[in-house]
Design a protein around this ligand. Sequence first.
Ligand SMILES: Nc1ncnc2c1ncn2[C@@H]1O[C@H](COP(=O)(O)OP(=O)(O)OP(=O)(O)O)[C@@H](O)[C@H]1O
Length: 780
Amino acid sequence: MKRDYYEISDDEWDQHEEQFKPSRILKRPNSTPPSPPPIESFAYNNNNCHDEDDDCVEITRASAAFPDELDDLEDDDVDNNNSTAAAAPNRGRRFIIDDDDEDGEEEESNRNRNRNVAELYEIGSSSSEEIEEEEVMEGDVVGRALHKCAKISAELKGELFGSSVTACDRYSEVESSSVRIVTQDDVDVACGYEDEDSDFQPLLKPYQLVGVNFLLLLYRKRIGGAILADEMGLGKTVQAITYLTLLNHLHNDPGPHLIVCPASVLENWERELKKWCPSVSTLQYHGAGRTAYCKELNSLSKAGLPPPFNVLLVCYSLFERHRFVCLHRDAISTKYSGVNYMFIIYIHSSPQQKDDRKILKRWRWSCVLMDEAHALKDKNSFRWKNLMAVARNANQRLMLTGTPLQNDLHELWSLLEFMMPDIFATEGVDLKKLLNPDNRDLIGRMKSILGPFILRRLKSDVMQQLVPKIQKVEYVVMEKQQENAYKEAIEEYRAVSQARIAKCSELNTKSVLEALPRRQINNYFVQFRKIANHPLLIRRIYNDDDVIRFARKLHPIGAFGFECTLDRVIEELKSYNDFSIHRLLLHYGVNDRKGILSENHVMLSAKCGALAELLPSLKKDGHRVLIFSQWTSMLDILEWTLDVIGLTYKRLDGSTQVAERQTIVDTFNNNTSIFACLLSTRAGGQGLNLTGADTVVIHDMDFNPQIDRQAEDRCHRIGQTKPVTIYRLVTRGTVDENVYEIAKRKLVLDAAVLESMEEVSDGDMPEKTMGEILSAILLS
Ligand SMILES: Nc1ncnc2c1ncn2[C@@H]1O[C@H](COP(=O)(O)OP(=O)(O)OP(=O)(O)O)[C@@H](O)[C@H]1O
């Protein structure tokens, strides 16, 4: 069987995916015609079909039973690593087939090299004493790791706190004057700040100087890793850049260093490097930079010659597998007609990625620095493994993250294992079971032992002068239409669930977890979330008869390509939501008695209604706003809302070209006539400096509060001069309230491990899983 595929990068994917939805295709109705719409873009090319291609896989029947799953292809901005409902909306038409890890062959040679590194650093070496202890503690991988770590920790603590006048438990409590490997004068010399004519006279804040000294001490002690976990916006980038410069100045270590970061902040890193340490030569290896330099880097690395830079800047996507879109021949055959799928997605690395990673592996890096390092929270991910294959051999793995604890302790452990693999490796052990967040003893032990490797300062600790951040939760109440949509969904799903239970007579349950497949639970939950956000995100206004009529009008004009049958167009349109259909009709100027929607429809949601009141009053008072949503389709509707209200805005999401992102940020920050910036939480929530705004609206919250925290701190950071207000929108009487509850509970865990135990509230919040929430709604 044959698959026709072409490769797309993550960024292109986000864009490409946009082609599947009329809402984006039709984004600018009056401008240049958009690229061809969905079905045609995957036209099957019979000529290229070779039956012997055994790479192709059988299509499994898409979830015709769950057509609701199919209407959200555009929402890939939702964090796919998040195992919660928020990650679930797009599963319907995707078939994901993992390939083998192509780097396996190099693992052994890496392992050998690492043994040497471990010996060099005297970490994980097996003295007879340790072997004995390991035998005693056999099976207790966590205990063993912490035990190993404790030895190094004790020594470091002695150094770190030895000179402190008062006994202190955490490095952040150390007086900046007590740890003095370098002072500001040294930094000035190393970074070349002595030029008095220069406009920019940088000065590290006292806690930043402590941070730089912390990193230098670990380097001197030959500790292979560190986590700089200062709260967002306190200047981790600046501390890291200063540190790398000092390595050269003090230790004659010019690198090479590898910096890995999300695409949105590549430009910012380059800019900050130039600004703070112009002597550091930097190469951005992405997009045009990659094209220009790949040959040269390949031959230099092959020849064993040093790289032509001190710092190489790359994106995480280099270590991920990309999606290959493949049309399965049978998918359009009559045999399968009427089934809601058209293509298969293969995920594996491109030859280009593999080549790039080979280049990176040939050099011995001094420091591999991961920005937004919580991206490495899953040690089983390809990103983690591929990046580890490059970073393992480095002298040091430095991780920057404002939110080291995203969900659970085992995610923190993934970061620790990346930081010091020889200590924290736990091959094959189910850490989820071992690292119980309710085990206060374990948390206490971890905190104490990890202290010297993790430096975390809170804004409240170190920046009394930083503007306040005011949190507001806005509970909004649904109007009749939205409420009815919600109630109808409850009734429909309740009927399905109860019928299912009745069918299986052996099931005597009050839990949907036992009655429904997990995918269906996710799907229902996402549907509830959508309606709570905006009723136009489901199809309710346009009924099946309308859809058939529209299809008959759209089909002859090739709206879905001329190869497509009418049946396929109908099927496709049935999976669209009201908003998508509206935009399709608008774009093609379809005349129909039940045509496009009026502006009143955009105000059908309680949240948009609330924004229509809130935003103009904020504007009147001179505020500027960042609005975050996890769904790009919701951002589309928010654009419409702002147009209706008459407010100016910029937009940044996963489909925004990487090279354009910094320009959007700069334009928004500098042009005060732009009132709002719409951002997808995934692409716009990390690393960006958007201090031009002083207000943040979290339109739809994440189960994971750290995701929203990151979004909030885009404008609550150094450089902000006004108090910042955060508005969280919660629709009363919907699953929104449950999501908010769960998010609050997770923040408690974060505080318990990383911050002072005193900050922990009683934590007696019920942790309702999605299934439990749905059981309460559907089986009551
Ligand atoms: N000492 C300083 N003097 C002046 N500006 C600074 C200083 N330190 C940091 N900044 C500025 O503060 C802003 C926030 O810094 P940075 O982006 O490094 O924070 P961060 O901790 O990395 O945040 P995030 O976790 O959100 O990525 C930047 O614009 C940076 O240039």
